[in-house]
Design a binder for this molecule. Structure first.
Ligand SMILES: C[S@@+](CC[C@H](N)C(=O)[O-])C[C@H]1O[C@@H](n2cnc3c(N)ncnc32)[C@H](O)[C@@H]1O
Length: 385
């Protein structure tokens, strides 16, 4: 494979080069510090990792909340807000410079087929999103995480801030085929296509980690959120890197789901918290980890293969639902129905007067009076191979 070195330190590549297909040499997993937490500045740490090496990046960067002074409830009790040093930047420019630098470093280590998730609030997500587009990332979705139990607006001066946004992007419009476990997410959602608005409570109760009776980390994310992120965009054995590891939510869920993690974090107290949390996690069994594979990732099987294998014979009748249309299978795998000839998809579309048709689900064989979609016969071949 040809190696095209990306100049990751360039702030803005010309649009034409950003849209070119990305070809790259993929770094082997053995060169990575798998299932470890590395201490230090994430930019330096990412710059030391091999390029094109990680499958997914989940980043929960500083929000740059610009909180002024302490926050109190109406009863004067203190609100545990995000006032940490790591969240403070001297100006928007300083925040933007930092954001551009870590995103550049992240882009270099992400495989061409990889995707990146960045979560943020109104304080930072627009700045982050704009810089991501400038660097060539291509937005696949912006997910709204709607909090069922948000912190109220104590001063009563604004609406309750009840959501955060996750940007899900790949390396460019023409980058490689990324993982999206569409069918698994549909099964997860009671056979209804999963939407881009997710309703999940903020992390509380037993899940909230404590140090000396106080919140162990001010912005610990709920495991349910990472569960959806990793279930939808990674496969068993994939490598997930989190440059702002905090209390290790990404590592905990990655381990549970049989994915590898690499955590980067600068603060010792968070590393300790994350390590003991992850040590206590059990990985699900292989059987439990097998999910419904995404159809687009499945092996392509042409209709002619069903004929070759004798699973459908030339001359057989194929039925539309309710036997409304009946087609004859010809020797080359094309169909003839109501004087229309062509592939299973073309004839299915023509006899319905539709623009397109999925012939695999439209056409059925008849067995003991029962109609069976030909897709089920295709699935037998997939299962056997
Ligand atoms: C928003 S929190 C992440 C919380 C995490 N998602 C969780 O569930 O616990 C950001 C974390 O990034 C760390 N951090 C900030 N700047 C960093 C940097 N330059 N390099 C490494 N870690 C950094 C902070 O110490 C903090 O723990």
């Amino acid at each position: 494979m040809q190696l095209i070195k990306e100049n990751n330190h360039k702030e803005k590549e010309p649009m034409a080069s950003r849209n070119k297909k990305i070809k790259a040499v993929i770094a082997p997993k053995k060169d990575l510090p798998l299932d470890q937490i590395l201490q230090g500045d994430c930019i330096k740490l990412m710059n030391a990792l091999p390029e094109n090496s990680v499958d997914v990046i989940f980043a929960d960067p500083p929000y740059n909340m610009q909180l002024k002074g302490e926050l109190h409830r109406p009863d004067n009790s203190h609100v545990d807000a995000v006032t940490d040093k790591w969240d403070q930047f001297s100006s928007f420019k300083a925040y933007d410079d930092f954001t551009r630098e870590w995103l550049n470093a992240a882009r270099r280590i992400l495989k061409p087929t990889g995707t990146i998730w960045v979560i943020g609030s109104y304080h930072n997500i627009y700045r982050v999103g704009s810089i991501m587009q400038d660097l060539g990332f291509w937005t696949l979705n912006d997910i709204i995480w709607r909090k069922t139990n948000p912190m109220p607006n104590f001063r009563g001066t604004r609406f309750t801030n009840a959501h955060e946004t996750l940007l899900w992007c790949n390396k460019g419009e023409n980058a490689g085929k990324y993982t999206f476990n569409y069918d698994a997410m549909k099964a997860f959602n009671d056979d209804i296509q999963m939407r881009s608005d997710w309703t999940i409570p903020i992390c509380s109760g037993k899940e909230r980690l404590k140090i000396d009776g106080h919140k162990g980390h001010s912005t610990q994310k709920p495991e349910a959120l990472l569960y959806r992120v990793l279930l939808s965009s990674t496969n068993k054995g994939d490598v997930v890197l989190d440059p702002f590891f905090g209390s290790g939510t990404t590592g905990a869920v990655a381990k549970k789901l049989g994915r590898h993690f690499i955590g980067l974090e600068k603060e010792t107290k968070y590393i300790r918290l994350a390590s003991s949390r992850i040590d206590a996690i059990q990985t699900l069994t292989d059987e439990a980890l097998d999910i419904i594979p995404a159809k687009r990732a499945q092996k392509r099987i042409a209709f002619g293969i069903l004929l070759e294998r004798g699973l459908i014979k030339a001359g057989t009748e194929l039925h539309a639902p309710n036997s409304k249309n009946i087609a004859i299978v010809r020797a080359d795998g094309s169909l003839l129905c109501n004087n229309q000839k062509g592939s299973i998809h073309q004839v299915g579309a023509k006899v319905q007067g539709a623009a397109s048709c999925n012939g695999w689900t439209y056409w059925h064989t008849k067995k003991s009076g029962e109609l069976i979609p030909i897709d089920e016969i295709r699935q037998q071949i997939r299962d056997d191979s």
